[in-house]
Design a binder for this molecule. Structure first.
Ligand code: SME
Length: 169
């Protein structure tokens, strides 16, 4: 059984070290992407402060489709290039939004959301398979440290799939 450790009174660096170790333990014994994505969302939901939604959108031929998440029900489909998620997926880059009211085309799934961080889920650098989306009710909640940590967790998640595609496993 996995023992969730909810970090308390840790610096951001220590928090992300703990999260990284726990995420590694969670995904290392499982190759199924959706199972690992669901557990990663749960881990982030329980361990990160000031978050009102965390989840995955998968990139399909018709656009982004909702995957595993924690938080209130959300929009099920987002066209590529639309909103923060669609922008991140189309540009294959992380998008950090300090104030969603100032992001043209922001898609409001929850009116409480004030800031947002979306990082692409990619295989082999240029193949985007989805995005990891974090929302906060606090303006300016996310910074470069959060972005770097989420990018590392995204690589951990998709690394399992990359290995499969490369035939390493
Ligand atoms: N705000 C996102 C939509 C997804 S929800 O936040 C869960 C966007 O603008 O793409």
């Amino acid at each position: 059984m996995f023992h969730l450790q909810i970090p308390k009174n840790l610096s951001k660096t220590e928090l992300y070290r703990s999260l990284g170790e726990q995420a590694h333990a969670l995904v290392s014994g499982e190759l199924d992407f959706m199972a690992n994505a669901a557990n990663l969302c749960s881990l982030l939901w329980h361990c990160l402060p000031d978050i009102n939604w965390v989840g995955i959108y998968r990139l399909k031929p018709e656009g982004l489709v909702l995957g595993p998440f924690q938080g209130k029900p959300a929009c099920t489909r987002i066209p590529l290039g639309k909103g923060v998620c669609g922008t991140s997926a189309r540009q294959n880059k992380s998008v950090l939004v300090p104030d969603v009211r100032k992001f043209p085309g922001h898609i409001a799934c929850d009116s409480a959301t004030r800031s947002e961080l979306v990082v692409p889920l990619r295989i082999c650098e240029d193949l985007v398979i989805g995005v990891l989306d974090l929302d906060s009710p606090v303006e300016n909640r996310f910074d470069a440290v959060d972005q770097e940590a989420m990018e590392a967790l995204s690589r951990l998640l998709t690394g399992r799939v990359s290995n499969l595609l490369k035939g390493d496993l």
